[in-house]
Write a protein that binds this ligand. Sequence first.
Ligand code: GLN
Length: 489
Amino acid sequence: MDMLQLSALELSRKIRSGEISVKEAVSGYREQMQKMEPQVHAFLSVDDDKLEKRIQEVEEGIQSGRYQGPLAGVPIAVKDNICTKGQKTTCASRILENFVPAFDAEAVKRLEEAGMIVLGKTNMDEFAMGSTTETSAFGVTRNPWNTEHVPGGSSGGSCAAVAAGEAVLALGSDTGGSIRQPAAYCGVTGLKPTYGRVSRYGLIAYASSLDQIGPVGRNVKDCAALFEVLAGHDEKDSTSSGQTLESWEELVSGGMQGMKIGVPEEYFAEGTDEEVKKALTDAMELMRQHGAQVEYFSLGMVDYVIPSYYIIACAEASSNLERFDGVKYGYRSPEATELHEMYKKSRAEGFGEEVKRRILLGSFVLSAGYYDAYYLKALKAKGMIKKAFDDAFAKYDCILAPAAPTTAPKIGTSLSDPLQMYLSDIYTVAVNLAGLPAVSLPCGKDSQGLPVGMQIIGDCFQEKKILRAAAAFEVLRGPFPMAWEKEEM
Ligand code: GLN
């Protein structure tokens, strides 16, 4: 059997039993990368020397019994805003083009302690700001299903890598949908954990109150197993939670019999593609047939989610990105002759358009005269959005929704109209504002053959409910092919 067809859990099993060596596994993915990268461009960097050493370490670790976990030996792609010691971490920005962190992010440390291998760093929207991976300073990533289309964003590189068979698992980050939406566009599975579940230490901040690292994979079980590796308290992140977590096997077990699932009727409004609606209603029907109680309800607050999100996210970004001043990190303009000019030129030359737009917007909403009118109001709306979800979860175990109003748009169409791009985040951002967990998985294809994704949203720390429902749905749906398994790729 072709190794690339194995899930991460199967691959690790074969590695631990000696059927496949760690070296063979890594080489298999390296070969696939060589084949796919010219069309897809999911990766920004691969450090072959580091990989060599790590392969050896993992081979030995598995033999000595140090690495025994269910993902030991598995190579994983890591989004380029997650710090890797001694390996470039650029945030797909000129300003960090040559930044080499002196430490690993906690998430990376945990991967390595589980015997996993960082395969390479993946492309993304610059500083995770975007929904298409087109704002990267280092070129766009293409959707492996159809390379004229975007992979979604901002974790477009991570999701495209999995869809193209260049990695079996990946790490993404989700501030307003950046794991779920590209997962939907690329036909893979992605989990945005409850805020605080996974340490943000070493995740380069976009909007700290919303950012969360999470897994991307071929299926729900692989994502659950990786989630178990990542989750848990970390004293280096004061917002990280010590809530206990079930094992991945428990997270995905139980079936959907008797589950109460609410579907916000507002999410089926005008603007949502008919084919997306159709795929979702088919999924609802399938769930009903298998014992779930699925009904529409009114969630409310939908008109407020985009403005609140963009105000809060940009406000936090303007503050977080202050540190990139040409002194402490990354790019320094060679032109400047005095200090202030150096700051200005370094930032003007180092940041791309979209990042500058958001810094301006964020500085504006935080400025003395406008703070109450915009930022404070957005915080109030955020409270009301959380309340709307609290009310929903008093009635339902989970909420089912489209991950995005359309399937992947063509490259170039979103860049010309930033507002339109912001509006496409309508179904994902509320989850981050309320700190909730949500999993996105494929539920069909449109008439162009592009995947349609749905998300299952849960109450805080209820990953068990959403993963259980997702795993059960996955069995009913049947295996969803990866893009590279198509004949023509
Ligand atoms: N598209 C959203 C934004 O541009 C979400 C990005 C993200 O989740 N990192 O802000």
